[in-house]
Design a protein around this ligand. Structure first.
Ligand code: ATP
Ligand code: MG
Ligand code: FE
Length: 355
């Protein structure tokens, strides 16, 4: 199967072609057009600007993905597009374009949950088997998910307030660092002293498996205003101390679910912990999780950086996985975009079984 993926849920306009003919799966192209420049002046994504930018960019991005893959639309077997969760304007643009292509060509359309794209990427890059434990850390989500199979997801933990990416973005903003905040904070932290500020480790040591990051952001705000005006060293030290608090909290929280996974699957000798989503690009976080996995007998699977952030290869792949598992929507052309769509509700009926 050769599948075209389309992703427009936030501020990346993306298209990709994946091919699993001949036994092995290949990413033939993966074009990501980032709107960062359009939103930078506002310090965050502006939904109206994003929707307009998707309209302007999408046709060219799809064409670039097909060209780079060296295929034409007639040589595509199916189309997968993000149908949620995300900003409604962008979802409408991407899903409508995909429906038009599918309707005109008579090829199947697979509406894909964006989070399922993040969740299944490790199977594309590392070919890992089910079940595994997923730490999804992105701009809008922070969750631990028990991944049992395609469309079989159980949420074991989530954030009770901010997502981790959001905490990075807000911290960057209040320190005057450029958007997007995650990479800015990571860069600034590299030269800083992680011990200078004792920021809180929210929920650390608690039995419940969830996450919390808003207290951390508030502590940063308090420290930053107490020190104002901030020098470059102050900013570096705040970022390093923030990242230190994040990695410690994250390790503590994830440990709970590693224990639960062990109890659930005593037969698996070296289970996999998959980290996915934009924040998974953070090297300090990868290192901390690697250490945690070493200590607990898990192996850490972290996709290459370019597949951590939003892209369409992960959407094409999730679409392919759904097709292979014979999971899809009865009425894909009538499928309405879902701004909210929890991953554990991404399980859809078998083709032809009704809703
Ligand atoms: P979701 O996937 O939850 O719908 P999203 O698609 O907007 O949200 P992603 O694109 O997956 O989120 O990830 C973007 C987030 O990742 C942003 O919050 C960004 O700051 C963060 N991020 C990117 N790189 C890094 C990094 N090196 N360190 C920390 N955070 C990072
Ligand atoms: Mg983004
Ligand atoms: Fe994402």
């Amino acid at each position: 199967t050769r599948i075209l993926g389309i992703e427009t849920s936030c501020d990346e306009t993306a298209a990709a072609v994946i091919d699993d003919r001949g036994g092995k799966t290949e990413i033939l192209s993966n074009v990501v057009f980032s709107q960062i420049a359009d939103h930078a002046a506002f310090g965050g994504v502006v939904p109206e600007i994003a929707a307009r930018a998707h309209v302007e960019a999408l046709d060219g991005v799809i064409k670039a993905a097909l060209d780079e893959a060296g295929v034409t639309l007639t040589e595509i077997d199916a189309i997968a597009a993000t149908a949620g969760p995300g900003l409604i304007g962008g979802l409408i643009v991407g899903l409508t374009t995909a429906k038009a292509i599918a309707a005109a060509s008579g090829k199947p359309l697979v509406p894909v949950n964006h989070l399922e794209g993040h969740a299944l990427t490790a199977r594309l890059t590392d070919g890992i088997e089910f079940p595994y434990l997923l730490l999804l850390v992105s701009g809008g989500h922070t969750q631990i998910v028990h991944v049992e199979g395609v469309g079989r997801y159980q949420r074991w933990a989530s954030t009770i307030d901010d997502a981790l990416g959001e905490a990075f973005d807000k911290t960057a903003k209040l320190l005057g660092l450029p958007y997007p905040g995650g990479p800015s904070v990571e860069k600034a932290a590299a030269g800083g002293n992680p011990k200078r500020f004792a920021f809180p480790r929210p929920l650390k040591g608690e039995a419940r498996p969830d996450f919390s990051f808003s207290g951390l952001k508030t502590a940063v705000r308090r420290e930053a205003s107490a020190l104002a005006p901030l020098g470059e060293d102050d900013i570096a030290d705040i970022c390093a101390s923030f990242q230190q608090a994040v990695t410690e909290t994250l390790s503590d929280r994830v440990k709970r679910s590693l224990e639960r996974f062990r109890e659930t699957h005593p037969d698996i000798e070296t289970p996999a912990l998959v980290v996915a989503g934009g924040v998974a690009a953070n090297q300090a976080i990868r290192t901390a999780l690697d250490t945690l996995c070493d200590k607990t007998g898990f192996r850490l699977i972290a996709p290459p950086i370019r597949l951590c952030g939003d892209n369409a290869a992960m959407i094409a792949w999730a679409g392919l996985e759904r097709l292979k598992a014979e999971l899809g929507e009865d009425d894909a052309l009538g499928f309405a975009p879902r701004p909210r769509w929890p991953l554990d509700q991404a399980a859809t009926p078998l083709f032809g079984t009704g809703k």
